[in-house]
Design a protein around this ligand. Structure first.
Ligand code: SF4
Length: 470
């Protein structure tokens, strides 16, 4: 059968999509990026906050249209929306033929072939032997090292449907990453709801630091980058920072959502700490890892956030000077702890606070980028620009895929560029979030061009949401 996938939400959900595609391909099914051509369409949904839920429902209805006028005979809905609203989907969306929860990804074959997906015996986590078809460009990959979360953040519903925190086995991650590097992958991004808890449930102290140190020792015929995303602030140990500082292949990049800076708001979020303590942490990170880029994210408009709390957050953002920052307006999820809090902030105030904080960050980012003009850096070549044929795109090690700014290349130094190659770029122009540069070195002599990525994912609106500079 020809099967098409739409993957919504975060990279963790994308890995689930890739595992489901791997199951189907290993059983002889064909993947197609064309919904017109698909006999079965699978929508892997997100339900983190209201806009994500709406996008999932819209995409399901959009794909259902292909059952009416295309070849599609079956529509399967998987992922986080099923975990939260499975009964409602089954009752109110007759277009949907089968639903799969996040622990049932290995039941995708049954769901597509018209069988009855079995209930998962236990919380699911893939391993290095699990068939997987990667949807990212060949030169970078996401590796999920853990699933679930034990933190009590009152605004978040993820633990309700992704379950308790559980790490993958240490050697299983090492095996998978080794294989990816052998396949020519240049950049591996380790992900989980909270990667800094890695190994705690396996009895490994400082598990993430040990894992990173082990991965940095994997021998490869080419340069490699290892990055991790989603650090929890009070889990960022000195051992972790020292490990990153000591190994060249561990990128100098820390992604650490702080969510707020007012002690009172953080108390109501059940996250603790405050802006002063966070500034000390940032100072320790920058002192230990010279040249490190720090990414964070904030929620504005959390119940009870006063104008004074918000001003405190703005002052903190000015002082913290993040290299990358995402700002989200609070979403009042009916099953979250904060749903029951008083002091709800109106939509207009939430919107204006987001705009004000992003304006502060845009100025900081623009100034930081101007400071890079004239300097040279190694970059990972992504490919021809999606915006213009005249330019190619690349990323610094301090620019994570799909969420941060990029580098446009306007001069290839007379040697055609190849996706996945690592080259040296001199920055010649700076924009608020993006940079422009010219290549200053020669092509990698031993570079083996990679076959172009076959995006076996339907490119409907909403699939692979990409936001840059936020
Ligand atoms: S750490 Fe992240 S995933 Fe876990 S509860 Fe908090 S916000 Fe949610």
């Amino acid at each position: 059968m020809k099967i098409g996938f739409v993957s919504l939400g975060c990279p963790k959900n994308l890995v689930d999509t890739e595992v489901m595609m791997g199951q189907l391909a290993s059983r002889g099914h064909e993947l197609t990026p064309d919904p017109q051509d698909a006999e079965v369409i699978v929508v892997n949904t997100c339900s983190f906050i209201d806009p994500a839920k709406q996008e999932s429902v819209d995409t399901i209805l959009e794909m259902a249209e292909f059952k009416k006028r295309g070849r599609a005979k079956r529509l399967v809905v998987a992922g986080c929306l099923v975990e939260r609203y499975g009964k409602e989907i089954a009752a109110k969306m007759p277009e949907v033929d089968a639903i799969l929860g996040t622990n049932q990804v290995e039941q995708i074959v049954a769901a597509c072939e018209g069988g009855d997906p079995k209930v998962a015996p236990e919380p699911y986590l893939y391993h290095d032997g699990t068939p997987r078809v990667r949807a990212t460009p060949k030169h970078f990959a996401y590796v999920k090292i853990a699933e679930g979360c034990d933190h009590p953040c009152t605004f978040c519903v993820i633990p309700q449907y992704r379950g308790a925190f559980r790490s993958r086995r240490f050697e299983s991650v090492v095996m998978e990453v080794s294989r990816l590097f052998q396949e020519g992958v240049r950049e591996v991004n380790l992900i989980g709801q909270d990667t800094t808890c890695y190994g705690e449930d396996l009895g490994i102290r400082d598990g993430l630091a040990h894992l990173l140190e082990r991965l940095s020792r994997i021998e490869t015929p080419h340069p490699k980058w290892v990055r991790f995303l989603y650090a929890y602030p009070n889990k960022v140990s000195q051992k972790l920072l020292d490990t990153i500082a000591a190994q060249d292949s561990l990128v100098k990049y820390i992604d650490m959502p702080l969510q707020h800076a007012s002690g009172e708001v953080l108390r109501r979020m059940k996250r603790g700490s405050n802006g002063d303590q966070f500034l000390k942490l940032l100072e320790r990170v920058r002192r230990t890892i010279p040249g490190v880029a720090i990414r964070s994210s904030f929620i504005v408009g959390f119940p009870g956030e006063s104008q004074q709390d918000f001003d405190e957050l703005c002052q903190f953002a000015e002082a913290a000077r993040f290299d990358r920052l995402g700002v989200f307006t609070y979403s009042d999820e009916d099953t979250s702890g904060s749903f029951h809090l008083d002091g709800k902030v109106g939509g207009r105030d939430r919107y204006n606070r987001k705009r004000r904080l992003m304006a502060i960050q845009r100025r900081i980012s623009a100034k930081m980028n101007r400071g890079l003009v004239g300097r040279e850096f190694p970059v990972l070549v992504e490919g021809p620009s999606r915006e213009t044929d005249l330019l190619w795109e690349a990323r610094l090690a301090t620019q994570a895929p799909e969420i941060d700014g990029i580098c446009y290349i306007n001069d290839d130094n007379g040697h055609p560029l190849r996706p996945g190659e690592m080259r040296r770029l001199r920055i010649v122009e700076a924009h608020d979030y993006d940079l422009v540069g010219e290549v200053v070195d020669l092509p990698e002599a031993s570079f083996q061009p990679m076959p172009p990525a076959l995006f076996p994912i339907l490119t409907g609106p909403g699939s692979l949401p990409i936001s840059r500079g936020q």
